[in-house]
Structure formats: structure tokens, C-alpha cells
Write a new protein. Structure first.
Lengths: 132, 186
């Protein structure tokens, strides 16, 4: 079997009438693909809008929830803690230092935490009494 | 503007930018090159249905890419390249698929019948030649098809494939030799 014997003898023609409708079929296919792409683009846009809305609602919810929360209540705070806190809050560094100096003995004294708190409370109480 | 079968490729491509003209221009292009591209694709051993699918794909891609076509090559060369790429993609996918189902593969690998003028039937010759061509590496197979079946000039092939004429001649020579050896030894 020689290769050259069959050169150019193969028939690669399409079935009869194939090209009569070929262009219509291609244009139809292009139109369908465009339609499909447009539908899928629409779906993606819808999904993006939905995700954005959901995120906005969640963020707004978190914000509102935080706003409505009551101020923290510290149930286990002792009177001593409160007194210490009040004293520190109402005193400047300079005036707090004054309390550590006993005027009667003209000496520095050291208070324990509870003594210091108690001292602060008494001092505040005395001040209130004095006002009346 | 009225476009006819005599309107030049350059003018058609230029006017394609105008959306109002697109479809009528594209129909002229399909009419002008559809049959040639079909014959090219059909020579790659696929049945009519596959060739039809590939030629349609070629024109769908051309429709999408034509606005970006930069006339560095002729319109036909550009379309020919697209159809060649589509054909090779199809063959590669088919090979992958063939590893799953060998039965399905058989139907894709048929050459059309040939007028033999000898005692051997056209189907027999086509089947033998098909089997021989399938032994070739992909590039040699393309060169062989373009030269043997389509009787294309080496200069044209060089423009389409971006390979020198000398290399194409050598490639065809090796391909033809391999096929002849296959046919003689079988």
C-alpha cells in the first residue's frame, strides 16, 4: 500500500445541505450562550447583594445589642474594694500622698489595704459630718 | 452599509466593530470560510458530528474574539489557527476520555471512505491509514494532515504554524516515512 496512491482521494465533504443552516445554528448558539452568561451574571449580582444586606443587618444587630447592654454590675465587690476605689478616684496623686503622713507624730505611716480603705472612708465620713 | 460576498476581509473586520453590522458581517465570514474550515477539521479523523461541533466552536470563539483581531495575519489564517487549536483540544480530551471507555473511542477514529480503484475497499484503506497516522506525534500529525489531506503549500503552513518551511518539510518527510513503514510492516 503506497501512501501517494491515495493522496487527495479522501472525501472530507459535509453531508448535503449542511451549510444551508450552519450560520443560523451558530448564531443561535451564540445567543443561547449570551443568555446563559447574562443569567449567571444576574445570579452572582443577586447573591452579592444578599450577602451585603445580610452583613449590614448582622453589624447593625451587633451594634444595637451592645448599646442596650446595662452597665456591668459587680456583685462581688466588697465595701472595702469600693472604699478603696472611691478614695483613689477622688484623690490626686499629691493629695493621696498626704494621707500617708500622720500629722500628729509627724512621721510617715504604712497602712494595710484595709486600713487604708477604712481611713479613706472615715475621712470622707468626717468631711460629710463637718459639712453639716 | 451593505455587505456582500465581495466585501474584503479587511473591510468586514473593520466594520465588525459596529454592533449593528455584526451579525450580517459574521454570516458572510461563515459562508466564506465555513467549508474550508470544515474540511480541515474533518481531516483529523473525527466523524461529521465531532467536526460539526468543532467548526461551530471555532466560529463562536471567533465571534467573541473578532473585536480584538489585529490583522497581523489574514482572517482565514486566524480562523484556521482557532480551528486547529479546537481540534487538538478535542483530540486531547478524547484521549483522556478513552482511558475510561475504549468503546466510545472507536467511533471518533474513523477516516471517511476513499475511492481505491483497487481490490481493497475504501474502508480498509481508511482504517489502515488512520491507524498509521495515530502513531505520529501531535506536531507531525498536524503537518501531515495539512500537507497530505489538504495539500497546503509549505509557505501557508509556515504562516499558520509559525514554523520555518525547512522544518515543516523535514517534519512531513519523517511523518510520511513512518506511515509508509507502518503500512508496509502491517
Amino acid at each position: 500500500m503506497k501512501l501517494d496512491d491515495y493522496k487527495g482521494k479522501f472525501n472530507f465533504n459535509p453531508p448535503e445541505g449542511y451549510f444551508d443552516t450552519f450560520a443560523d445554528r451558530v448564531m443561535e448558539r451564540i445567543a443561547q450562550e449570551d443568555k446563559r452568561k447574562s443569567a449567571s451574571r444576574g445570579r452572582i449580582l443577586k447573591l452579592a447583594a444578599w450577602i451585603t444586606s445580610a452583613a449590614a443587618v448582622i453589624l447593625a444587630g451587633i451594634f444595637i445589642f451592645k448599646e442596650q447592654q446595662p452597665a456591668p454590675v459587680h456583685e462581688n465587690v466588697t465595701y472595702e474594694d469600693y472604699a478603696t476605689y472611691s478614695l483613689i478616684e477622688s484623690s490626686s496623686t499629691y493629695s493621696l500622698c498626704d494621707y500617708f503622713y500622720d500629722n500628729s507624730t509627724a512621721q510617715e505611716v504604712t497602712y494595710s489595704a484595709s486600713e487604708f480603705a477604712d481611713y479613706g472612708f472615715r475621712l470622707t465620713g468626717d468631711m460629710i459630718i463637718e459639712e453639716y | 452599509m451593505l455587505f456582500t460576498e465581495n466585501t474584503s476581509d479587511e473591510e468586514l473586520v473593520r466594520q465588525f466593530a459596529d454592533e449593528a453590522n455584526r451579525e450580517s458581517i459574521f454570516r458572510i465570514i461563515m459562508k466564506r470560510y465555513g467549508a474550508k474550515l470544515y474540511a480541515h477539521v474533518r481531516s483529523f479523523f473525527v466523524t461529521h458530528e465531532e467536526a460539526d461541533d468543532i467548526v461551530q466552536n471555532t466560529f463562536v470563539k471567533a465571534w467573541r474574539s473578532l473585536p480584538r483581531f489585529r490583522a497581523e495575519a489574514s482572517l482565514y489564517t486566524w480562523l484556521y489557527k482557532i480551528s486547529t487549536n479546537e481540534t487538538l483540544t478535542f483530540i486531547r480530551n478524547r484521549k483522556n476520555k478513552a482511558t475510561v471507555s475504549l468503546d466510545d473511542d472507536d467511533q471518533y477514529l474513523q477516516l471517511p471512505s476513499v475511492e481505491t480503484g483497487t481490490h481493497r475497499s475504501g474502508e480498509y484503506i481508511a482504517a489502515k491509514l488512520k491507524a498509521a497516522i495515530e502513531q505520529l506525534p501531535e506536531k507531525q500529525r498536524i503537518v501531515f494532515n495539512m500537507k497530505y489531506f489538504e495539500e497546503m503549500k509549505y509557505e501557508e503552513m509556515s504562516e499558520i504554524l509559525g514554523t520555518s518551511v525547512g522544518a515543516l518539510k523535514a517534519s512531513y518527510h519523517f511523518a510520511a516515512k513512518k506511515i509508509e513503514n507502518y503500512l508496509e510492516n502491517d
